[in-house]
Design a protein around this ligand. Structure first.
Ligand code: SAH
Ligand code: SF4
Ligand code: F3S
Length: 430
C-alpha cells in the first residue's frame, strides 16, 4: 500500500505532452498550493508528479525512464504518475510509482493531499463532474478546457483510449471560468479540446455559439482555440472568426496526410479536396490569417506517390508552421494491423524532406511580414533582456525594443516588423 502524504510537503511536477497535459499539471500545481505544499527541485521534493503522454511510443517510454531518473536523484520522494499513460496502463505504472492518477481523475488529487487513503490507483472511466472549475495560476494567458475526450478514433491514435469519450462542459461553466480569469488579470484564453468543432452538440448548441458568448466578456482581449478537426471545421466558424473582435486570426487544422487513400485508412472523414476548400475559404475571408498543421509520415501503406501528395498540399497551403511526426504503432489502435508498415529509414527520410520544405516556407513567410504592423500583446522582457516580447494575433512571437515610457506587460502595442528570424519576428514600436 502507498503511504500517506502529509502537509507542508514539497512537490515537483514534470510535464510531457500537449496543452491538455499542461493544463492538467496546472490544476495539480494549484491544488498542492491550496493545501500549503511548496514547489521544489526534484532533489528536494517529497512528492514528484510525472504527467505522461502516450501519443507516440517514444513519449510513452519517457515516463518510465523519467521515473527511473527521479528515483536515482531522490530515493525518498513519493512518485505520482498521471496523464495519458496512467489512464491506459495503470497496472504497469503502479509497479514503479506510489500513486497512479488517470486523466479522468484529476479531482482525486484533493483526496491525495487531504490524506484520504482509499486506494493508490485512481483511474476512473469517466470524470465525476466535467463542469468543475479547477483553479488557475495567475497569468496573462490561460488554457481553458471546453471539452474532454475524443470520439473520432482515427486509426493511428491512442487519445480516445487515454482521454475517454467526448464530453462537453456547459457554456455557463466555461463562461464563469473565463470571467474569473479575466477578473484575475488574464487577457488571452486558449479554448482546448481534441476536436473543438464538435463542442456542445449533445447540449444543443455549438462551438460558434460558445465563441459568441466568450467574445462578449468585458476585459478579455484575445480568444484562441485548438484543435480544429477538418471534418467538422465549418463555414460558420470562419464567418464567426471574421466577425468577432477577440477571436484571433489563427487556425490549427491538422492535415495528417495529403493522400485520399491514406486519409481513408486513417479514418479522418475528409478528402484532400474538402480540406483545401475549407482552407481556401479561410484564406479568402480572414485577412492575415495564419494556419498551422500536424502531419504524419510513413503511415502504413504510404507510398512515395502518397507522400508526394502530402508535399504538394504543404506547398499549396503554405503553412506558417507544421508539426510532423513519423507514424508510431500504438496499442489498441486499428492502424497497427494495417500492412505493409513502412520501414523506419523511409519514414525518417520522408520526415526530413517534409521538415526541410516546411522550414523554407516558414522562413519565406516570416520574411513577407517585414514592413507590416501587428498588434502585439506584451508578455514581458525577452530572454536577452533588452527587448520586450509578445505574440501577434497570428500567434507568432515578436520581439521589439522598448522605451522607458512603456512597461507594458498586458498591453497591446503596435509593432512594425523589421527583421525575420527562423521562428520569430523582430520589430519596432510605431
Ligand atoms: N486531436 C488532435 C490531435 C491530437 S494528437 C487532432 O485530431 O488533430 C497530436 C498529433 O499527434 C496528431 O495530430 C498527429 O499528427 C500526431 N499523432 C497522433 N497519433 C500518432 C501516431 N500514432 N504516430 C505519429 N503521430 C501521431
Ligand atoms: Fe486522435 Fe483523431 Fe481524436 Fe485527434 S481526432 S485526438 S487524432 S482520434
Ligand atoms: Fe496530449 Fe499526449 Fe495525451 S498528446 S492527449 S498528452 S497522449
Amino acid at each position: 500500500m502507498g503511504e500517506k502524504i502529509s502537509d507542508k510537503m514539497k512537490f515537483h511536477i514534470k510535464t510531457y505532452g500537449c496543452q491538455m497535459n499542461e493544463r492538467d499539471s496546472e490544476k495539480v500545481y494549484c491544488i498542492f498550493k491550496e493545501y500549503g505544499f511548496e514547489e521544489a527541485s526534484i532533489q528536494d521534493a517529497d512528492v514528484v508528479v510525472v504527467n505522461s503522454c502516450a501519443v507516440r511510443e517514444k513519449a510513452e517510454s519517457k515516463i518510465y525512464s523519467e521515473i527511473g531518473r527521479i528515483k536515482s536523484i531522490n530515493k525518498k520522494a513519493k512518485i505520482i504518475a498521471m496523464g495519458c499513460v496512467a489512464q491506459f496502463n495503470h497496472k504497469k505504472l503502479k509497479t514503479v510509482s506510489d500513486f497512479v492518477v488517470g486523466t479522468s481523475s484529476i479531482d482525486k488529487f484533493y483526496r491525495i493531499v487531504k490524506n484520504i487513503e482509499d486506494g493508490v490507483v485512481f483511474v476512473d472511466e469517466k470524470m465525476d463532474n466535467p463542469d468543475y472549475i479547477f483553479p488557475h495560476k495567475k497569468g496573462l494567458n490561460a488554457f481553458v478546457d471546453i471539452m474532454y475526450g475524443c470520439n473520432n478514433f482515427c486509426t493511428y491514435c491512442i487519445v480516445p483510449f487515454t482521454r475517454g469519450r467526448e464530453i462537453s462542459r456547459t457554456k455557463e461553466s466555461i463562461i464563469d471560468e473565463v470571467k474569473q480569469l479575466v477578473d484575475n488579470g488574464t487577457k488571452e484564453v486558449m479554448l482546448l479540446g481534441q476536436n473543438v468543432n464538435s463542442y456542445g452538440h449533445k447540449l444543443g448548441y455549438g462551438f460558434v455559439d460558445l465563441l459568441y458568448e466568450v467574445d462578449k466578456i468585458g476585459g478579455l482581449e484575445r480568444v484562441r482555440f485548438t484543435t480544429s478537426h477538418p471534418k467538422d471545421f465549418s463555414k460558420e466558424l470562419i464567418y464567426a472568426m471574421k466577425e468577432l473582435k477577440t477571436v484571433c486570426e489563427h487556425i490549427h487544422l491538422p492535415l495528417q496526410s495529403g493522400s485520399n487513400k491514406i486519409l481513408k485508412l486513417m479514418r479522418r472523414g475528409y478528402t484532400k479536396e474538402e480540406y483545401l476548400e475549407k482552407v481556401y475559404l479561410y484564406k479568402e475571408q480572414i485577412a492575415e490569417g495564419s494556419i498551422t498543421t500536424d502531419i504524419i509520415v510513413g503511415f502504413p501503406q504510404e507510398t512515395e506517390e502518397d507522400f508526394q501528395e502530402t508535399l504538394e498540399i504543404v506547398k499549396n497551403v503554405e503553412y506558417d508552421t507544421s508539426f510532423s511526426f513519423k507514424y508510431s504503432k500504438r496499442p489498441l489502435t486499428k492502424a497497427r494491423e494495417i500492412e505493409p508498415q513502412v520501414d523506419e529509414d523511409v519514414k525518417l527520410r520522408r520526415l526530413n524532406e517534409l521538415q526541410d520544405l516546411q522550414a523554407e516556407i516558414t522562413q519565406r513567410k516570416n520574411k513577407e511580414q517585414i514592413g507590416k504592423v501587428f498588434d502585439v500583446l506584451v508578455e514581458g522582457k525577452s530572454k536577452k533582456g533588452n527587448m520586450l516580447y509578445g505574440r501577434n494575433r497570428q500567434n507568432t512571437v515578436v520581439n521589439f525594443d522598448f522605451k522607458d515610457n512603456i512597461n507594458a506587460r498586458g498591453d497591446v502595442v503596435k509593432v512594425k516588423i523589421t527583421k525575420a528570424l527562423k521562428h520569430s519576428l523582430v520589430g519596432e514600436l510605431v
